[in-house]
Structure formats: C-alpha cells, structure tokens
Design a protein around this ligand. Structure first.
Ligand code: AMP
Length: 453
C-alpha cells in the first residue's frame, strides 16, 4: 500500500504524520500531493471527510520547508475557506503537520473575532494565512496584507464559498495575489459557477476527481417520515432515548429553531447546546470545546455553524429538518462516522417533503432506507407532488394508496439500547403496496393534489 513517504513530501512532514497516526494517504491525498509538489495548479472535486484538508496543506507546507525567495514578510500560503470553524480547523491541522518545522507562523483571519489579535499576527512575518473571504477583505482594505511573496493560493470548498455569495471578494483577493502563484481549488463539484471560477483562476490545471462515496460507507442512514413538527419532536426524543448514542448533532433549518430545540432537550434532561452563526464567536468556541470534551452530548446546529466539526465521538446525526441543498446532506452526515468509526444518520422528513427527499436521493444516487418507529408511524400520506421522472422501474402512477407503515424495523422495538433486543434500525418492508420507492409497486400518489388521509 502506498505510504506517505513515497509521495515526495519532506521528511519533517512525514514524521509529523506518523506522530498523528496517519499511515497511508487517502485517495485524494495520493493523487493531489504529487501533482501539487510538481507545481501544477489543481482542480479537485472531493468531499469533506475525504482527507482533502491534508491534500492541500501537506504540499503547501512542503513549500515552507524551503526558504522563500520573495521579499517582504506576508503570507507564502493563503487558504480561503467558507466558515470560521473550517478556518480554525485548517489552521490547527497546519500547526500539527508542521510541528517539526521550526518557526512556522500562521494567522487565522475570520469574522466574529476581534481585529486586534489578527492585526498583531499580521504585523509580524507570517507563513500561512487561513481566512474567510469577508474578514480577509477587511484586512486588505486596511492595507495589512502583503502578497508580494505569496507562493500558493488554496480555495477550499469553493462551491460553498460561491453559495455564500463570496464571488466578488474572491475575485478581488485573487487579483491582489501574484500571477506566479500556484492555485489549488477544492470543491464538492467542479460544475457550473465553480467551473467558471476555476477556469479564471487557474493556469493549465490538473483535474482530479474523487468519486463521491456511493454509499454512506460506515454511516448507517435512515429516513423517517413525520406528520408535523410535534411528531418530529416525539421522534427525536425516541431516537435519543432509545439509541445508544454517545454524542449527537441535530440539524435544524433555522437559527431560532436550534435554540428552541436545544432548550427543549435541556428541559428534558439532555446536556444540549445550540450552535449557529449569530452567536458570538467566543460562545461558539466554548460550545465546540464543550462538545469535544463531552460536556455537551447533543449539539443542535445549523448547516453553516456545524461545517468542519471533527469530533470522533459523535455517533449520531439527526436531520431534524431537511437540508436546503442536497450536498449539505453529505456534509451533515459526515459529522459522524469520523476517524474510521461507525455512525448513524437519521433524517426526519415531513410527509409533504417527499420531493425534497427525492432531490437528495438523486444527488446521492441512492435511496435512503425508509423506516418507522413502532408507535410513532406517520398517519399522513406522503405527498408525491414531484413532477420529475421516477426512478427506472419505479412503476406507474399510484393513486393515493396509503403508505404501509407496518413492518417497522424488523418487527419489534426498533431502536438501540436498553431493551435487550438487537436494536438496529430496519428498513421498511419492501414490495407490495406501500413499499419503498423503486420497487415498481406504484405505491405513491402522483396526482399532485396534495390530499391527505
Ligand atoms: P477532511 O476531509 O480533511 O475533513 O478529513 C477527514 C478526517 O480524516 C479528519 O479527521 C482527518 O484528521 C482525517 N485524515 C485525513 N487524512 C488522513 C489519513 N491519511 N489517514 C487517517 N486519517 C486521515
């Protein structure tokens, strides 16, 4: 099996990797590191959890093992990333991988934190700057960033940065950097706007596409339909009560609902906390620390706030609300099953959200196994008002038959722990009327009338 020592990285870095227990490179690392070390620009489609952070940091840090030929004391490496948490994680990883490199200096420039500390860091020589585009622009306007010796620009999660409206900032930042720089762009997708941006920013790039994981791998996924909000709350309670969870992240659609649900869970006796972008950064940091230390067992978060959370003891992800964008589903469930462990991801969907579930499944190119919790089955019919083509073999127009909510998870009590049973999630019974999608049974109402039982 390929070893890090074969990729051409300086020994000082491979030694640090050994210390953190990385033995073999992941696929994205095996492909990206040698290409980046040759000096090529890269366009890499890889997802979170693939090891992409080290895929760009390691060749970036390799540059620092040689003296700068440039003048000035500004950053030699600039990493742009969409969120504060990701930026902090990347800076931490850089310090770990460069632990054997004396005198490497980093600065993390993110919003929501005082300028003073960041400004001081920029007044000294700095090697690596990790930044979110908005705050970096603030520093640039004040004339605090000297790009004269910049060697490498990394855009991490470029698709996400575009989604968040950073395109103009990114273009301004890139224009300020030397044309001689090496550019590495990482993104879940290289299509559409990202592709256009990539063409603008890179020079004869090598394109590396890491296949999206076709299945959740070590993450067991489940889909539960709910009649309404109250029903979802009861499902969440049942999930937390009956699963042997160590720590869980619950995703909601809005900042306010993170607070409401965290409050309810606290009232019910869970060590719960919320995390969203309107909280002061110091408070967010404290919450994340509490999560890492195990003081918080259930974190209720929005998508953006939870990006980049890397806590191996998170055993469960619950999508209390569906993600707005299909790719966010992948980011969300990637909070569990970290560091080679198993995880469970349970998605709750309103019976009126069938079309949103379909969109996620189309993106994933797989169906989410649908189940029920005994005694908490949905009573409303799933509204299949989606106009899109059905999956091949999924059959004709159903006529509003009721879903079969029998079957549960293999008959008996379905959730883990405490009941002496073998307590795993089962899938809803396949076949016959009301089976899951794709069984040819035509069991879904396609009239689009939205009528309910
Ligand atoms: P990322 O996709 O960069 O968020 O990385 C996902 C996780 O994999 C992080 O917890 C990393 O610390 C870990 N990781 C990255 N590369 C390796 C490797 N080669 N061997 C083992 N773990 C790794």
């Amino acid at each position: 099996m390929l070893q890090f020592s074969e990729l051409g990285l300086p020994a000082v870095i491979t030694r640090a990797l050994e210390e953190v227990g990385y033995t073999t490179p992941t696929e994205v690392q095996a492909q990206s590191i040698p290409a980046a070390l040759k000096g090529a620009d890269l366009l890499v489609s890889a997802q979170t959890g693939s090891g992409k952070t080290a895929a760009f940091l390691l060749p970036a840090l390799a540059k620092l093992s040689e003296r700068s030929t440039g003048t000035g004391s500004g950053p030699r490496i600039l990493v742009l990333t969409p969120t504060r948490e990701l930026a902090q994680q990347i800076e931490k990883n850089a310090q770990t991988y460069a632990s054997g490199m004396r005198g490497m200096r980093t600065a993390c420039l993110v919003g929501g934190q005082p300028f003073g500390f960041q400004t001081r860091a920029l007044s000294r020589p700095v090697d690596v700057v990790v930044a979110t585009p908005g705050r970096l622009m603030d520093h640039m306007r004040q004339g605090r960033i000297d790009y004269s010796r910049l060697e490498m620009l990394v855009l991490d999660e470029a698709d996400r940065m575009l989604d968040m409206g950073f395109i103009e900032d990114i273009e301004t930042i890139v224009k300020a950097t030397p044309a001689t720089r090496q550019t590495l762009l990482f993104s879940a997708t290289l299509d559409g706007n990202v592709g256009r941006l990539a063409r603008e920013l890179t020079n004869n790039p090598e394109r590396i596409e890491i296949a999206r994981q076709e299945s959740g791998g070590n993450i067991a996924e489940h889909l539960l339909y709910a009649d309404d909000m109250r029903h979802k709350e009861r499902l969440l309670d049942a999930i937390l009560k009956d699963s042997n969870f160590d720590q869980a992240v619950v995703f909601t659609a809005t900042k306010i609902s993170t607070e409401e649900i965290a409050d309810k869970l606290s009232d019910m006796g869970y060590a719960a906390a919320c995390l969203h972008g309107d909280m002061p950064q110091s408070w967010r940091n404290r919450t994340l620390n509490d999560l890492r230390r195990g003081r918080v067992r259930v974190l209720v978060a929005t998508d953006v706030a939870a990006r980049g959370i890397d806590v191996p003891t998170i055993t469960h992800v619950v999508n209390f609300d569906l993600p707005k964008q299909a790719e966010d589903y992948v980011h969300r469930i990637g909070r569990t099953g970290r560091a080679g462990r198993d995880g469970t991801a349970i998605t709750l969907a309103d019976t009126r959200e069938f079309h949103k579930v379909r969109r996620i499944e189309q993106y994933l190119k797989r169906t989410l196994p649908e189940g029920v919790i005994e005694g908490l089955e949905p009573t409303r019919r799933i509204q299949k008002t989606t106009g899109g083509p059905r999956r091949p073999g999924s059959g004709g127009a159903g006529n509003g038959q009721r879903r079969n909510s029998g079957g549960g998870y293999g008959g008996n009590k379905s959730y883990g722990g405490g009941n002496g049973g073998n307590s795993s999630y089962g899938n809803k019974r396949q076949g016959g009327q009301g089976g899951p999608r794709g069984n040819g049974g035509g069991s879904y109402d396609r009239r689009g009338s939205g009528s309910r039982d």
